[in-house]
Design a protein. Structure first.
Length: 462
């Protein structure tokens, strides 16, 4: 079904928001923020550590290439002369053995591996990446964290991640070469740990202190919100109680005044009719019509009194009162089906009163406007709220009907919103209209001692 909203939507029931709950929620939210900041710190630290490690590897790789490796390279090394190559290899392996460098390659401009600590690669040719080829004839350096996906690194792929440095240089004879070196990431991981620790202490510590500093303010704000909510709930309960008292006063005035006067007049008319001669048929007929009209008016007024101020709604009173509403609708040709959850009357007096008002107003609109043959009234408890539906099989609603009319429903919707509930109008698949109301079962229990205006339940039985 696609509901047409009527001024109000369901709202969270009032009450249940304690200071402890609010503070706990704040602390949990703070913990989530701390975790998010911690994750961000780790990511930032990893990036910073990688940048620092690459910078250091770039400096070390360039220095080693220019001051150690390049001066040992000449035409004999490029040709692979054993004697000269042995001298170069000894120097390289000495650095490899101390663990500062993991792998080494010496490249010629044609993509030939002049020397490598992996002897199987010496003399092989591989296509060079554009950024590596651009280094020949320069003193530039590039560095990156290697993924070891290049063809010449196939033997290194099982190894851990390494820092890859390419340094352009000139050998002892001024010929361009590129010296490729791989450095361990141990230093990068150590830097990452140091940065994480320091940034975590700084960022998380500062954030934690800030949140702790806000905690007193949060407690104060929560207390103010609780106080404002409590005052609002008191006003709502007092308004409902005042409305109840006013309805009772109006009902009493009508019962003791107008209804009694009309009833007395209805009792007097038969004697007046008997005193009129039978020959004066017109006068007798007029008085009989007047008496019948008075009887109808008295019955209508008594029904109105029940609407304005029904009998005690506690316990079985709600079902009896709703059945009276249904019976009056049946008298006007409407087949009404009623189903009330036995738990409903156990709610607060204000909630039960609102359930009755929803049913009364909805049935009244069905009788007046729906042109329906049947109506269904249901009320049940669902968690902390009571749900009430009144559906019919009538003609349904015209577009914009809720804005143009049904003032009673709009006023009732405002009342329900103030009480923490809501009211909706919908159109069932089979046609007609369905009124759906949500009513909190009770106000905040802490306010029961403040309800000084509630009418005495005993007085409802008078």
């Amino acid at each position: 079904m696609t509901p047409t909203r009527l001024l109000a939507r369901w709202r969270r029931p009032v009450g249940g928001r304690s200071l402890a709950f609010a503070v706990t929620r704040y602390l949990l939210s703070s913990a989530v923020v701390l975790v998010a900041v911690g994750i961000a710190v780790v990511l930032v630290a990893r990036t910073l550590a990688a940048d620092i490690a690459l910078g250091e590897a770039r400096v070390r790789g360039a220095a080693f290439a220019h001051t150690v490796a390049a001066p040992l390279v000449d035409a004999a090394v490029r040709r692979g002369d054993p004697a000269r190559t042995t001298v170069f290899a000894n120097v390289m392996r000495a650095r490899l053995q101390d663990g500062s460098i993991v792998h080494v390659k010496l490249w010629g401009p044609d993509g030939k591996v002049i020397w490598s600590d992996e002897s199987a690669l010496i003399g092989e040719r591989y296509p060079l990446d554009a950024d590596v080829a651009e280094l020949f004839g320069t003193e530039k350096v590039t560095a990156a964290v290697s993924d070891l996906t290049k063809v010449e690194n196939v033997e290194d792929r099982p190894s851990r991640q390494l820092l890859e440095v390419y340094a352009g240089a000139h050998d002892a004879e001024g010929q361009p070469i590129v010296f490729e070196s791989y450095w361990s990431t141990d230093r990068m991981r150590a830097d990452n740990r140091d940065i994480v620790v320091k940034l975590s202490l700084l960022a998380l510590g500062a954030l934690a202190l800030f949140q702790l500093a806000l905690l007193p303010l949060v407690r104060t704000l929560v207390r103010r919100v609780d106080k404002a909510r409590d005052e609002r709930n008191v006003m709502v309960r007092h308004a409902l109680s005042a409305s109840d008292l006013e309805r009772r006063r109006i009902a009493a005035d009508l019962h003791d005044g107008l209804v009694q006067d009309l009833t007395g007049l209805a009792y007097t008319l038969p004697a007046v009719i008997r005193a009129i001669p039978e020959s004066d048929a017109d006068s007798r007929r007029v008085l009989v019509a007047v008496r019948e009209g008075l009887d109808r008016d008295v019955i209508a007024l008594r029904g109105l009194l029940t609407d304005i101020y029904p009998a005690d709604l506690a316990d079985e009173g709600l079902l009896v009162a709703v059945e009276e509403l249904a019976e009056r609708a049946r008298e006007k040709g409407l087949d009404v089906h009623v189903r009330i959850d036995p738990e409903i009357p156990r709610a607060s007096a204000e909630s039960v009163q609102l359930v009755y008002r929803v049913v009364r107003e909805a049935l009244r609109n069905v009788v007046r406007h729906a042109h329906a043959s049947s109506a269904w009234v249901e009320a049940w408890v669902e968690g902390p709220v009571a749900r009430v539906t009144v559906a019919d099989d009538g003609v349904g609603m015209a577009p914009g009907a809720t804005e143009r009319g049904h003032v009673g429903l709009r006023l009732l919707a405002d009342t329900l919103v103030d009480f923490g509930g809501g009211l909706e109008l919908g159109t069932p698949k089979g046609g007609g209209v369905e009124v759906r109301a949500t009513i909190p079962l009770t106000l905040d229990p802490r306010l029961t001692s403040l309800d000084t205006v509630r009418s005495d339940p005993a007085s409802r039985r008078d």
